[in-house]
Design a protein around this ligand. Structure first.
Ligand code: 4NP
Length: 169
């Protein structure tokens, strides 16, 4: 199910990316910031980047302070972000919807409307050949777990930017 389409067919005309985790306070806020930074670094200025959670547990809340700190150490400011739960409408608004782990990928697949332009993939698919397919949930972990998650996230964000640069010729 994870490889229904080759990566070169992934980038659609809709220039928008939504990264998704469970709570939208740890991984996907860091990913939103990292993807935005990587895309800006690659010269893209016209791509919408957002994040959401498959749960609404932290609706309206700020990112976890450990995520804010880990990101800031890498010059990524995510303090302004606010958590929200993904909606059916997101499948019409975003070209790419990227899940942080298999559980959230399955939830996204289950809720995707039959006819919608969104391409739902695993975020770590863009990280290249490293044998990691998920960003582990650092919520119950320590500060270094946020750092490790961000290592993986930055790798995939860079890969995504490279992919988009190649796809847009
Ligand atoms: P996230 O981490 O999905 O990376 O935002 C979590 C945040 C909160 C919870 C679980 C995971 N929670 O159980 O509240």
């Amino acid at each position: 199910m994870l490889h229904h389409q080759p990566l070169h067919e992934v980038w659609p005309l809709m220039k928008s990316v939504l990264v998704v985790c469970l709570g939208n306070i740890c991984r996907s806020p860091m990913a939103e910031g990292a993807v935005r930074k990587a895309l800006e670094g690659a010269g893209f200025s016209d791509i919408t980047v957002d994040s959401a959670g498959t749960s609404g547990w932290h609706e309206g809340g700020s990112p976890d302070p450990r995520a804010v700190k880990a990101a800031l150490m890498r010059n990524i400011d995510i303090a302004h972000q606010r958590a929200r739960q993904i909606t059916g409408d997101d499948f019409h608004r975003f070209g790419l919807i990227l899940a942080m782990d298999g559980q959230n990928y399955a939830r996204l697949q289950a809720m995707q409307p039959q006819v919608s332009p969104a391409n739902v993939r695993m975020f770590m698919e863009f990280a290249g050949e490293i044998p990691v397919r998920e960003v582990p949930d650092p919520f119950e972990g320590r500060e270094e777990d946020f750092d490790h998650a961000l290592d993986l996230i930055e790798l995939a964000a860079k890969g995504l930017a490279d992919h988009m640069a190649a796809a847009s010729g």
